[in-house]
Design a protein around this ligand. Sequence first.
Ligand SMILES: Cc1cc2nc3c(=O)[nH]c(=O)nc-3n(C[C@H](O)[C@H](O)[C@H](O)COP(=O)(O)OP(=O)(O)OC[C@H]3O[C@@H](n4cnc5c(N)ncnc54)[C@H](O)[C@@H]3O)c2cc1C
Length: 394
Amino acid sequence: MNGAAKPTDLLGYYDELLGDAERDKLTSLRELLDQRARPHLADWWERAECPEHLRAEIAELRMEDDPVLLDDGGRLNPHYVGFRHFELARVDMSIGTLYGGQVSMFRTVVREGGSPDQVARLDPLIPSFQLTGCFALTEPGHGSDIAGGMETTAVRHGDTWTIKGRKRWIGNAALSDVIVVVAKDAADGRAKAFLVPREAPGVRLTDISGKISLRMVRNSDIVLEDVRVEESQRLQRIDSFADISAILAQLRFVVGWNAAGLQTGAYEAALSYALGRQQFGRPIAGFQLIQEKLARMLGNATATLAMAVRLTDLHRRGAMGDEHAALTKSWTADRARETVALGREICGAEGIRVDNDVARFFADAEALYTFEGTHEVNSLIVGRAITGLSAFTR
Ligand SMILES: Cc1cc2nc3c(=O)[nH]c(=O)nc-3n(C[C@H](O)[C@H](O)[C@H](O)COP(=O)(O)OP(=O)(O)OC[C@H]3O[C@@H](n4cnc5c(N)ncnc54)[C@H](O)[C@@H]3O)c2cc1C
């Protein structure tokens, strides 16, 4: 049978989980991205150019703080938050990081780690990008083992702290007013977090170049050489690595939505190509083997979305465990890699050209696979939960 392409959200989550105001907001986001980003993506990607101006344009949509979106307690519906990540990743995950690094990562760290006074002062400035920030945990010598291996130190003299060390891979740092630097308190060996102004004396940033994934994101190497900050710039409710882990756990429910969005974007691009490309006198979308690949792509994207929705429900009820988030991260990022590879196959030679959207998703899936805890480390967290045996222990 010939006919129109079937809708992407086959299980109908979008209509069921969102209200009218939320759907309208996401439609505005989609329109903005279609007009202001989509036509330029290949060019920005190839030149590794960060479309910094989009932050203000997206902020004007008031995706985070429009009163029509907030419940009586001033909170957003977590499914809306998830779909907001989904829509961004569906167009481009670099842009998702540009925006989400601020309103999700930075904002959550401030909200969860700051004293009531710090939150009252700083939080209202974050959705509008009046105060920009990022989160610096990873170091050149410590990624997966950062909890035990952190080398950046903070020494306190009276009300002043002196920070010394290095950070690596820090997304959006070059665009941030403040960098949340996690350092080990030299006195008690516990993790603390500091709001370090990017332009403070002793802070040096270098862009990491030569990336094959998320090329539009500015990731920085940071050197901190005897950087002085006041006690008032320390996030007061972070006093251990367990506090950091608890904050990162708040953010985990987002990962599956990014994986679902990225796969959906790749699927839609591959479907569009398959419908337009003629071989042997007919669209390749009509060939059985192409349809099988499209069905697998859609199955992966749909199952990923289902898992993200379930994890979000657990998160909302306060019932999300480390193993739930870890399984979602490791499985959905794995599916994302498979999905983009199928899309690339469907597009043949054009699938390796960057102005074919699928190639961009193909490359960006690699970052998704590694950040927010690598595939392996998340699998080990699941392994520990199901066997009772920790593969981390020496
Ligand atoms: C695009 C991008 C953006 C990022 N943004 C930020 C940011 O904003 N802030 C920030 O702090 N960090 C950021 N990171 C860093 C990210 O969190 C780390 O890349 C991640 O924690 C993994 O560390 P690593 O890359 O050093 O890998 P490593 O820890 O060196 O791991 C290398 C390999 O060894 C495997 N491995 C490690 N330990 C084990 C083990 N016990 N058993 C089995 N396998 C193991 C890993 O799974 C991986 O395959 C970003 C990374 C990327 C790629």
